[in-house]
Ligand binder design. Structure first.
Ligand SMILES: CC(C)(COP(=O)(O)OP(=O)(O)OC[C@H]1O[C@@H](n2cnc3c(N)ncnc32)[C@H](O)[C@@H]1OP(=O)(O)O)[C@@H](O)C(=O)NCCC(=O)NCCS
Length: 111
């Protein structure tokens, strides 16, 4: 496992980290796609802090960064069976679906 400082050294995206006391409890990143668009993703929160608004707060900070720096749109995504992320993105923050992806599986008939 990477130590956090090591992780940052490898990280080419800009992360936001949520801290509660001495604990790092959540993470989300964004990166610049071009002068008008940001991409935001990979949000994760420690399970014991789920449903306390941490992911929403992280993403709000990123939206604010985008606004403050003149970006016109921010792209994000989630799987449709990830209910908490879907609620954060679509209901709480107002992201609008623009495209979707179908994931496929082929049984190998083995083990
Ligand atoms: C997805 C994830 C980041 C959400 O983080 P979080 O800090 O718990 O999110 P928030 O508390 O800001 O918001 C979650 C919302 O979903 C709601 N929610 C959660 N499960 C729900 C369910 N089964 N049905 C209805 N609402 C649900 C919560 O009530 C909350 O809404 P509210 O604030 O209006 O009450 C967190 O669950 C996580 O780390 N999951 C594993 C990693 C992951 O899937 N990341 C996303 C990759 S795209």
């Amino acid at each position: 496992m990477f130590r956090l400082a090591t992780f940052f050294a490898f990280c080419w995206r800009d992360p936001y980290i949520a801290k509660y006391g001495d604990r790092y409890i959540g993470y989300s990143y964004f990166k610049k796609l071009n002068n008008e668009e940001l991409q935001q993703g990979n949000t994760a929160v420690l399970k014991e802090y789920w449903n306390t608004g941490v992911a929403t707060a992280l993403k709000v900070r990123i939206l604010q960064f985008g606004k403050d720096h003149g970006y016109r749109t921010i792209e994000s995504g989630h799987r449709n069976n990830n209910i908490p992320m879907r609620i954060v993105n679509e209901q709480k923050l107002g992201f609008i679906p623009i495209s979707s992806e179908i994931r496929l599986e082929l049984a190998t008939f083995g083990h």
